[in-house]
Design a protein around this ligand. Structure first.
Ligand code: ACO
Length: 402
């Protein structure tokens, strides 16, 4: 009989850390979070400053190259990205294979994975040039594919990218141009969309980024790795929380029902959680949530929705939760997803598209982390251990004797 305990003693020591709450899986220079103080820095720059003064193109460059671009570098980078915004015409056939009512995230997982079949010239991951082409392709094609997923979902023809528009404006146009009417991009809304992309660009070793790194650690095709990240992001505990948060606000409906939902969230026998609240790392206000709240006001103002009843519910819910002993003790604050739903809805997106927008923005973080991992001299295939807790060695019993 094998003594499992002694087997573990004979192997090298390892930690048992469910959920990886205190295990670093890598070294990284991309993003720093101080969860106790509510600080988020990309390459040293505070998220507040990037969101206020920068744009998504600059943030992409910063995450990928480590520095903010100088004007000609920014122009060249934007040009390189826009060169890749089109998808192969054959890709359109992938969409029609899905049921019309498929969730757009299901469509994203499949279609982004399918990119791996189209780009054989950018998959030698040992070649930095090829890695950069693959990275630019993914950043450039995600808005096109996201908009196609949306158009397919609502039964409208695909709208091709217009490369004289910037990243966010181009995406809004591809989503909202209808057959007989070109969408006129409102610069306030395009700026808001751009800022939402900045807020979601990277967040160090969250579940989806860790998934991309783990998938990539085997040397897998980069487009397939991003598809794995999208699959992970979809869950309601992660990127799917923006959709779940808005659905929750709709369900609450009016402020008088807030106490009922607070009570449900506190009830240990009820699986219900306040969606858009709590975070593994932030034990203080998520700095992105504050910027998102400001962006929400701007979008509601620009779209004439300042009396959105859901905003009232959200503001009151936050107030009640933040003064409740349970939320104070557990350090549960609004996260980036709490106000993003109201904002995205006012921009014109249905809830099913919310996580798609998150995936689109997070793609740059995924590819930056993937590139960093491949260049890391300590990089090895990711292979967590386990604690085996069932039967020790035993003899096979023939079926007639069981
Ligand atoms: N509502 C009510 N209670 C909560 C909430 C919540 N939103 N979040 C955590 N708690 C409670 C848990 O029940 C648990 O209580 P216990 O100690 O009595 O068992 C305690 O707080 C700690 O929660 P964990 O689930 O252990 O914390 P973890 O770090 O594993 O989870 C998570 C973090 C998944 C974000 C969690 O707070 C949650 O489910 N929030 C709602 C979903 C959400 O908004 N996700 C978006 C995250 S941000 C992002 O991905 C962009």
């Amino acid at each position: 009989v094998v003594d499992i305990g002694s087997l573990y003693k004979r192997t090298k020591m390892f930690t048992y850390d469910p959920g990886f709450t205190s295990t670093a899986s890598c070294e990284s220079k991309i993003t720093y979070i101080d969860g106790d103080r509510g600080v988020l820095l990309h390459r040293g720059y505070p998220i507040e400053q990037l969101a206020e003064h920068g744009d998504f193109t600059e943030v992409c460059y910063l995450l990928l190259y480590g520095e903010l671009p100088k004007p000609p570098q920014k122009e060249e980078f934007a040009h390189r990205v826009t060169q890749h915004t089109m998808v192969h015409e054959q890709m359109t056939k992938f969409f029609s294979g899905y049921r019309r009512d498929a969730h757009p995230m299901a469509v994203m997982v499949g279609t982004v994975g399918a990119l791996s079949a189209f780009y054989h010239d950018s998959t030698d991951i040992t070649d930095p040039h090829q890695r950069m082409i693959a990275s630019l392709r993914m950043i450039a094609k995600m808005p096109t594919i996201g908009a196609m997923a949306y158009k397919y979902h609502i039964g409208q023809p695909f709208v091709y990218p217009k490369n004289n528009l910037d990243y966010a404006a181009n995406f809004l146009r591809m989503c909202f141009t209808v057959p007989c009417e070109e969408y006129v991009v409102n610069p306030v809304l395009a700026r808001a969309m751009d800022r939402i992309f900045i807020l979601h660009a990277d967040h160090e070793q969250n579940a989806s980024t860790s998934t991309v790194r783990l998938a990539g650690s085997s040397g897998a095709n980069p487009f397939a790795c991003i598809a794995a990240g999208i699959a992970c992001l979809w869950g309601p505990a992660h990127g799917g929380a923006n959709e779940a948060a808005l659905n929750m606000l709709v369900e609450i409906g009016t402020v008088d029902r807030i106490p009922e939902y607070i009570a449900k969230a506190k009830d240990r026998n009820d699986p219900f959680r306040l969606m858009g609240f709590g975070h593994r790392v932030y034990k203080n206000y998520d700095p992105r949530a504050k910027i998102m709240q400001k962006t929400m006001y701007e979008v509601l103002e620009a779209t004439g929705h300042t009396s959105d009843p859901l905003m009232k519910v959200a503001l009151e819910l936050e107030k009640v939760a933040l003064s409740d002993e349970y939320f104070i003790e557990k350090k549960l604050y609004p996260n980036v997803d709490f106000y993003s739903g109201i904002t995205l809805r006012a921009l014109g997106f249905p809830t099913t598209m919310f996580t798609v927008l998150f995936a689109l923005a997070r793609t740059v973080g995924w590819v930056a982390q993937w590139n960093e991992m491949i260049q890391d001299p300590h990089q090895r295939i990711g292979r967590p251990r386990q604690l085996y807790v069932d039967a020790p060695l035993r003899d096979y019993v023939p079926i007639s004797n069981r």
